[in-house]
Write a protein that binds this ligand. Structure first.
Ligand code: CUA
Length: 157
């Protein structure tokens, strides 16, 4: 009887650990100093990025004291703007879309990662606490230059 009780305890402990690991992977921020707050999606005509006031000039725009908006285009085989520059202690909402085929916008070493899809605007808000430099890569196969599709994100002091 006692052994059964211990076995049950271990089973429960194992379950708690497994759920904990999954929660960490799903919600955890891998890198210190960068926190993803939320994400959502919107739509846009991929052929009309040049006429859209958000994407005609991919950029970072200050919209509040510590608040910024970054309009990012992924296309074969670059990210615009590059580098993306934001100050430390800022909250940045990224609006990410693709000009041609499906790409991804993945900030290396963090959980800031979204698909970049023609016709859709992926939105996510990220907090940057400390100066740092991050690589940006594309995780969706998009053609011959996919493996070299890289950008940079600079968090400036
Ligand atoms: Cu863009 Cu892979």
């Amino acid at each position: 009887m006692k052994i059964h009780t211990y076995e049950k305890l271990w089973l429960v402990a194992a379950m708690v650990l497994i759920v904990g690991f999954i929660a960490t992977i799903t919600y955890g921020s891998v890198a210190l100093g960068i926190t993803m707050v939320g994400d959502q999606e919107d739509t846009i005509e991929p052929g009309e990025l040049g006429e859209d006031e958000r994407f005609d000039d991919p950029r970072v725009e200050q919209v509040g004291e510590n608040e910024y908006e970054a309009y990012v285009i992924a296309q074969t085989f670059i990210f615009q703007p590059d580098p993306i520059e934001v100050p430390e202690n800022s909250e940045v909402t990224f609006y990410v879309t693709a000009r041609d085929v499906i790409h991804s916008f993945s900030v290396v070493g963090t959980n800031t990662n979204t698909m970049a899809i023609p016709g859709e605007i992926s939105t996510m808000t990220v907090e940057f606490d400390e100066p740092d430099e991050y690589g940006i890569v594309c995780n969706e196969y998009c053609g011959s230059g996919h493996h070299n599709m890289e950008g940079e994100l600079h968090v400036l002091p």
